[in-house]
Design a binder for this molecule. Sequence first.
Ligand SMILES: [Fe+2]
Ligand SMILES: [Fe+2]
Length: 260
Amino acid sequence: MQQDFNQQDVNAMTVSERADALEERMLHELEHIVTKSVLFNLADGKVETESGAALMAKNPGKYMLMGADPRLPKMPAKPTLLDYFRCRFASTSHLLQSATHALKAGHSEKVILACLLHDIGVVSFIRCDHGYWGAQLIEPYVDEEVSWAVKTHQALRFFPDESVGYKYPEMYLKLFGADYRPEPYIVAEYERARNHTWYMTSRLITLNDIYSFDPNAKVNLDDFVDIIGRNFRQPAEGLGLDSSPSAHMWRTMMWPTRYL
Ligand SMILES: [Fe+2]
Ligand SMILES: [Fe+2]
């Protein structure tokens, strides 16, 4: 019998229930061969991957995992953006704080949604070029202005705009050092964005971006359910199970250890 559980369930469990769940989980880990993609190994500084034949030889009688990873929170049959927020995004506080800031400042729903989604690349997928990854993830489901703004915030955040009170973030001096300069493709992206009709939408992401993270801030995903409902075109088949140009990216988040 397959038993999956999510973090909320884990929190509510007693010690013995937790031990049972852990045992169950280990059983499933043993049922199938769970592999790491090359990218996961690259992040450990290794350019390598284990061949299927070697894995089969090491795990006689077992098949490769070709579905959900039982160690991760279970996704519903037809997942929505909110399910990814709850089951796959490693942290949502920064996104919710930024969107709350935009909501309180009275910005449009497009801007609020852009703030809510601006860093989903980081919290769900990968840090490098997070603006571009985040924009591609949402492009088929949101107004073009929203995905454009998410893409370009990656460049804009490095460039001050005194006219709206945006300064180079202090946090970046701490994170990257005073000598850091963005790569030429980022400078070029900034220059294109600077003259674009939607420049201010992307600039508002950087203005509402919270560069100092407040661990005590009170934020709630429920505050944004209606805005998401009105501005994010949820596919009927489930996000990732549709045929959009980025559906495979959502599926990869859902099944990150599927063998192929
Ligand atoms: Fe960002
Ligand atoms: Fe951010």
